[in-house]
Structure formats: C-alpha cells, structure tokens
Design a protein around this ligand. Structure first.
Ligand SMILES: [Zn+2]
Length: 389
C-alpha cells in the first residue's frame, strides 16, 4: 500500500499572527453580523457568524457556505448586527454556489449527508459518495457507542473531486503551495471541504467502467492499488466528520496526534470486502510496520506535547505511525478516558493556544499516566500485535 503524505491545510503562517491575541469571546451563541470588508482587492459585504473577536479587533468569521475567514482589523470597514438566522439553503443550492467558484465543467451530486462537486465520471462520484455515507454512519455509531456526544453535522459536507491530477494540482496549489504535487487529497479547515481527484487510472488503479454503482465499486476495488485510494478518501473524510460532528472544533488547538490518530484509526481499508471499507480499529498494517521500524524512545511523548513532527519535511510519516499506535492503544485499553480527553479538547475555542505544558497536563489528567509511561506500554503492545500476524 503506498504511503501518501497527507496534510491538514497549511495555514500555520496565517494563524501564528493571531495566536498572540487570544480569543476574547465566550458567547455560546455567536452573533451574526453584516460586515463591510475593504482590502486592496476591493470592497465587499458579507453576512457572517462571528466566532472569535481578537483583542486587536480582527475577526474569525464563518460564512454561509461553511467557510471560515480571518479578517485583519484594518480590512473591517463596518459591522452591523443581523437579527435573523439565515434562510435555510438547500444542499442543491449550496452545490450550485460552490460550482460558481470552480472551473467550468463541474456537476453536483447530492446524497443524504454530502454535496459532491465533480468533473469526473458520475460513477466515480457516486462510488465516493457511497463510501463517505458508510463512513459517516460508522463514525457516528462508533463514537456514540463509546459515550461521546456526536451530532449529525447540521449542514451537508462538501467534497470536491477533480477529474485528473493536473486540474487538481492547479486548484490545490492555492491551499497547499508546492506540496500540492505530493498530496492526493486534503481536508481544509478554513473551507471545511475535502478536495481530491479521480484516482482511478493512476497508480495502477483501473478506471471504473460505466455500469451500476455497485459494479463500478467492485471494478475499482478489485485492484490491489485501490487500498491507498480507499485509505486516502476515508482518512480525509474522517477529518471532515471529526470537525463537523462536535468532536473537534475547527482552528481550535486540537493536538495533531489525536486528529491524525483518529483518521488513521478509521482509514484501514478492507479489500476482501467488496464495499472496500469496514475497518474501524482494524490493525493498520502499514502504520504498525512503519512504527516498529522507525520508533525511537521519546517519539510518543514528542507528539503528545507538540505538533512539529507532523509538519517536518523529513519523516512526517513516523509521526503518523506513532499517532496511530498511540490512538489504537488508548482506544483498546482506555476508551472511556480517551473519550474524556476528546471532550476536553472539544471545549477549547478556535485560535486558542496550548503550550507543551498544557498538552502534557491534559494528557496526564485524562489517562492518569505520563506520556513516557504510556509510550512504554504502546511499544510493547505494538510488538505483540505484530507478532500475531
Ligand atoms: Zn490527516
């Protein structure tokens, strides 16, 4: 199975400027406002929900299409409260609005929980949507059963699928910069969308042949190369679910080990199953092997207290493998405590900042042991798991 680097959106540079101010609002019902924005690009007016008002007057707002936007104080020319909740927009209208931003040739597929915008075959879009719907249901079931209050996302989740790598890269480079050619799909915390391209026809995955959707799925999944495809799609869709069901808050200081740990916990494909994926918590063989091959003492403590290893140019996959191993071990041995830890993280507001000490404290409070002590357990547990092949 190919190891494809995956990233959250790279917006660190923007956020860093903001962290010093700290959020100042603790209002449980964020206010809606009409905001006049004046920048070098011109003047515009947006109706938005104000999520964070920074000390310097800058705003983090959520727009009607679920996008977050950071407004520097100097760009805000006027603010006016809006009394009413916005008119409910149908998923189809939402899809049409997104189409207007995309290059020509896109179409919309609406399913129960998703709006899929695609310029590839409708068969591939349908196959992806079916995979996302299964993930959606399994995700909500798993965490509800574990005792976490997850909700159905209040609005449709948006997926954008480009027909081929070239068109995708041209679009994705706006979000990912030069990393676009290394990332086959990503979830963007600002737009709240998953963007990817049709992976059939690349890397040995066969193109679907135009039949009923179940037939198409089977064609795609009959290839061993499909494992990476399924893992990538499920991984990114898991992030999107986690940030929309009440588990994580977008732009809150969710430690990457836990968000990546959960995404890798869910991503495991199962190619013996013609539906391609059923695997919550199955042994994620590539991650397990990678962890055992690369682990060095202190690796787990390092990802518990800081995120930098996930962003390292060299070896970010080591951090992903450690995140999977730690998450898998905690869910197996301390599920209740893990859910408690998630609950604590969900209370943190967007753009808040957590120090290494804060993160260590949260971890120790939840699990009753130091990251170093848990690390010893994880190494032993993973070695045992590998010997059970
Ligand atoms: Zn990820």
């Amino acid at each position: 199975m190919p190891h494809l680097p995956r990233f959250h959106v790279v917006i660190t540079a923007v956020i860093t400027v903001w962290l010093g101010h700290g959020p100042s609002n603790a209002d449980p019902v964020p206010p809606r406002e009409r905001i006049e924005i004046q920048t070098a690009a011109g003047h515009r007016t947006v109706d938005a929900t104000v999520l964070v008002e920074a000390v310097d007057g800058g705003l983090l707002v959520e727009l009607a299409d679920e996008r977050y936007e950071l407004l520097p104080p100097a760009s805000i020319a006027g603010r006016q409260p809006l009394p009413d909740a916005p008119a409910e927009e149908s998923p189809r209208d939402l899809g049409q609005r997104i189409l207007a931003e995309l290059p020509a040739g896109f179409d919309v597929l609406v399913t129960k929980h998703y709006v899929v915008c695609f310029d590839t075959s409708r068969d591939y879009a349908r196959w992806c949507a079916a995979l996302f719907e299964r993930l959606h249901e399994a995700f909500v079931n798993f965490w509800s059963k574990a005792g976490l209050d997850v909700v159905d996302p209040p609005r449709p989740l948006v997926i954008v699928i480009f027909a081929d790598r070239r068109r995708y890269e041209a679009h994705a480079s706006r979000d990912l910069g030069v990393a676009a050619d290394r990332v086959v799909g990503y979830y963007n915390l600002l737009t709240n969308r998953v963007t990817t391209f049709d992976l059939t026809g690349t890397d040995g995955v066969p193109r679907p042949i135009g039949r009923a959707s179940s037939g198409t799925a089977f064609e795609i999944l009959s290839s061993p190369a499909a494992a990476g495809l399924v893992a990538t799609l499920v991984h990114e869709a898991t992030h999107q679910m986690a940030f929309n069901c009440g588990m994580h808050r977008r732009l809150a200081p969710v430690p990457l080990w836990v968000s990546e740990g959960i995404a890798t916990y869910f991503e495991t494909p199962d190619l013996e199953n013609t539906r391609g994926w059923r695997g919550i918590g199955k042994v994620n063989r590539p991650r397990l092997d990678h962890f055992l091959a690369t682990h060095r003492p202190g690796d787990i403590a390092a990802i518990v207290t800081a995120d930098d290893r996930f962003r390292a140019v060299e070896g970010p996959l080591d951090a992903y493998a450690a995140a999977w191993s730690l998450t898998r071990h905690l869910i197996e041995t301390r599920k209740k405590e893990f859910v408690g830890y998630l609950r604590t993280q969900a209370t943190k507001p967007p753009l808040a900042d957590d120090s290494a000490d804060d993160r260590r404290r949260d971890f120790e409070a939840a699990f009753g042991a130091s990251p170093e002590a848990i690390e010893e357990e994880v190494v032993k547990a993973m070695a045992r798991l590998a010997s059970q092949r």
